[in-house]
Design a protein around this ligand. Sequence first.
Ligand code: MG
Length: 265
Amino acid sequence: MRWGSLQSASLLVQIVLLSIGSTFSQQAAQPKPEDTEVWQPVPKIVTPGATDAEPPSDAIILFDGKNLDEWVSAQDHTPAQWNVHDGILTVVKAPGVGNIETKRRFKDYQLHIEWRIPENVTGSGQARGNSGVFLASTGPGDDGYELQVLDSYHNPTYVNGQAGSIYKQSPPLVNPGRRPGEWQTYDVVWIAPRFNDDGSLKTPAYVTVFFNGVLVQNHFALKGQTLYIGQPFYKKYDTAPIKLQAHGDKSEPISFRNIWVRELN
Ligand code: MG
């Protein structure tokens, strides 16, 4: 073979080798569907309720229409004195009764609760079917964190105090309230605030609320406890009960039913 031919053959081999190498490297870099598949851990199986309002298999039942075994007086932790009748729970507005709260304490959770303004409700503004779901009841002397319950069917009031509001912090995105006498639902995701060792805030509480299936609070970051007067502030806590409000107004008391919670921690 002549020198020139040998050089040509060598070049040809190099080109072929480079070409093969390039093909291999292209194949190695080619993404595959399997690259982005995750197989573990497998999510736990939960059996849903017969309807979306019914508790799934991993829910803690807080009220199923039978008794108040899961509840105590928020004031002194004696047995809760609200009225259980016909499968529902009605607020008792009487001296010495007051708010009730769960015996259990929660951190992050999903909550379902149904409430009804009485058909014959009277009063106006904040004095018309006022109650509330305190998403964390942080103890006597604290205001806690209130998701407002109120008759907001043609009942004007300050918008950050109407039904579906985070009281005096965040009005509902819309008003999907039903007329008095009809049952209404709240489905809530509560992410508790986190604190540093010195009591300062690490991350705020976040809340998402569906009111009658309609989104009214979208991952709202709370500014602190929901105060009647003054600017909100945080006070360190870890876990807390859920509290229901016996508001002091003179309107007819409201009722609750079908209360359940799923812990997210
Ligand atoms: Mg209230």
